[in-house]
Design a protein around this ligand. Structure first.
Ligand code: AMP
Length: 281
């Protein structure tokens, strides 16, 4: 049976019943198959799984979509029940930040200043602050995050390691629609035309990742994005798996952020680079 709690006191009472390891899946709600995959992976290992649902104001910029972010608690609860989640923690803003905005917050360091960090100042500080608070509140031993938000996952891993937080961080591969679109709570804002345009992101990543020479990877991906007038690219970046400079050969990551209409989308894929394999477009 899945128990819904809103207050930190009620959460603590449920956590006291945990027979062993506590797993957490943190979400902002509007749950889809991507979130459900995280729950399934968590359930495979842990008998006690907490899902948190909280749209964290601290990680939204002043001109971002905090107010209009979808909130669908009843459906979310049904999804958590289906997936055998033990506790759903859906706190109010006051439950999470009883004294108002915290005066001590996380500093993401250099990894937080590139890519998403450059486009969304303050986002990663707000995100890491709430992740740390939710780890404390849920007393989780293991926490699951999606590769869809690859830089977020890298920063959370780094925070857990650098600050000896004693929690295991597990990354889960991105869940996509059949046609390649990465699932996102924000996809519901796309009109049918915009959704067609948005497919250029995953197509660019897929076609780029099919090349193995860095120049061709970027050229192919750029070309596909440029051919789609509905897409305004924020960045397209080829990096190492640690989000540092791309290696000459070996495992790398291709990441994209773009606006389709007023909806900002991100996506990324793994790829292998091999030097000297450039082929004409
Ligand atoms: P969000 O509700 O967008 O904050 O996402 C909550 C968690 O679900 C994060 O760890 C995300 O990376 C993960 N997530 C979101 N979309 C996907 C997806 N398409 N595939 C896998 N994980 C996802």
């Amino acid at each position: 049976m899945t128990v819904l709690v809103h207050s930190r006191a009620a959460l603590a009472a449920e956590l006291a019943k945990a027979p062993g390891e506590i797993a957490v899946v943190m979400t902002m709600g509007a749950l889809h198959e991507g979130h459900r995959q995280l729950m399934r992976v968590a359930r495979e290992r842990s008998a006690f799984v907490v899902v948190t649902i909280f749209v964290n104001p601290l990680q939204f910029g002043p001109n971002e979509d905090f107010e209009k972010y979808p909130r669908t608690l009843d459906d979310d609860l049904a999804a958590c029940r289906d997936e055998g989640v033990t506790v759903v923690f859906a706190p109010s803003r006051d439950d999470v930040y009883p004294g108002g905005a915290p005066s001590i917050t996380m500093h993401p360091g250099p990894l937080g200043e590139i890519l998403e960090g450059e486009s969304r100042p303050g986002h990663f500080s707000g995100m890491l602050t709430v992740v740390q608070k939710l780890l404390m509140l849920t007393r989780a031993n293991v926490a699951y995050f999606g590769e869809k938000d690859f830089q977020q996952l890298a920063l959370i891993r780094r925070m857990a390691r650098d600050l000896d937080m004693g929690v295991e961080i597990v990354g889960v591969p991105t869940v996509r629609e059949i046609d390649g679109l990465a699932l996102s709570s924000r996809n519901r804002f796309l009109s049918p035309d915009q959704r067609r345009s948005a497919l250029a992101l995953s197509r660019a990543l897929r076609e780029g990742a099919a090349r193995s020479d860095p120049d061709s990877v970027l050229a192919v991906a750029h070309k596909i994005l440029a051919e789609e007038p509905g897409v305004r690219v924020d960045y397209l970046a080829l990096t190492g798996t640690d989000l540092g400079a791309a290696p000459e050969s070996g495992a790398a990551r291709l990441l994209v952020a773009a606006k389709v209409g007023s909806t900002r989308l991100i996506d990324n894929v793994a790829l292998q680079l091999t030097p000297g394999t450039g082929a004409p477009l």
